[in-house]
Design a protein around this ligand. Structure first.
Ligand SMILES: C[S@@+](CC[C@H](N)C(=O)[O-])C[C@H]1O[C@@H](n2cnc3c(N)ncnc32)[C@H](O)[C@@H]1O
Length: 222
């Protein structure tokens, strides 16, 4: 049974505003993706936990022609993605979990942005990574963005995050959000993330991006 973090109601409707406020450099990171992956020969992309389709939009608007499959278990998130992306061709959007996708169809690139920290390191993270690996060709590129770090790193980078937040936020709201990140989400250390990747069938990942607690990782399916 795969753990699912459902986004609904205000959390789904206010999602785009939420990420812009709380994740410094989120849009910059997304803008980098098509450039980062532009040298991939086959542009057959699987976007896991695509949410409202923010990362898909970047690929849809890229100079290269991408064939894109986005999948997400939250009906209210995928609905927003469908509305946002309906005018683009070559995009298939599916409500569900990645393990529902046929393993006979293999992708050349996959992304998993801001999803893994909702899953505990009790087998749930590993299961999701394995489910993704099972749907990729050998040598496929895999990009992740996730809250990463050991307890001390997270503590120190939460202090950095506080400094980078936009002006005008309510102090209580900031404290609640930072507490939730520290105590309720499931960040793992860089070393543990590498172990999980290797166990799931990927190369040890390269950290290519960091904005406070958020790290961007690049790896390949072995
Ligand atoms: C923070 S949002 C990220 C959305 C998008 N990737 C982005 O960067 O804007 C997390 C998404 O993960 C989805 N999700 C929750 N549990 C999941 C799971 N087990 N597998 C895949 N996606 C999941 C949620 O439905 C939600 O849309």
């Amino acid at each position: 049974m795969n753990k699912v973090e459902i986004f609904e109601n205000e959390r789904a409707m206010g999602y785009n505003q939420f990420v812009e406020t709380w994740i410094p450099n989120y849009n910059y990171f997304l803008d980098c993706l098509p450039k980062l992956l532009s040298e991939t020969a086959q542009k057959d992309l699987l976007v896991v936990g695509c949410g409202t389709g923010n990362e898909i939009e970047r690929f849809a608007k890229a100079a290269e022609q991408w064939q894109i499959t986005g999948i997400d278990p939250s009906p209210e998130m995928i609905k927003q993605a469908i509305e946002k992306l309906q005018s683009f061709e070559n995009i298939q959007l599916i409500e569900g979990l990645v393990n529902a996708l046929d393993t006979n169809k293999k992708y050349n690139v996959a992304t998993l942005l801001l999803v893994l920290h909702f899953l505990d390191d009790n087998g749930d993270k590993l299961n999701l990574l394995k489910d993704i690996a099972d749907r990729l060709v050998s040598g496929a590129t895999f990009v992740m963005l996730d809250i990463t770090g050991n307890k001390d790193q997270i503590k120190q980078n939460l202090a950095v995050l506080r400094l980078l937040l936009p002006a005008g936020l309510d102090e209580q709201q900031i404290n609640n959000r930072l507490k939730r990140i520290e105590n309720e989400l499931f960040a793992v250390s860089e070393e543990r993330l590498a172990e999980l990747c290797v166990e799931a069938g990927f190369e040890p990942p390269l950290r290519f991006f960091q904005s406070a607690i958020y790290m961007g990782w690049l790896t390949k399916k072995r």
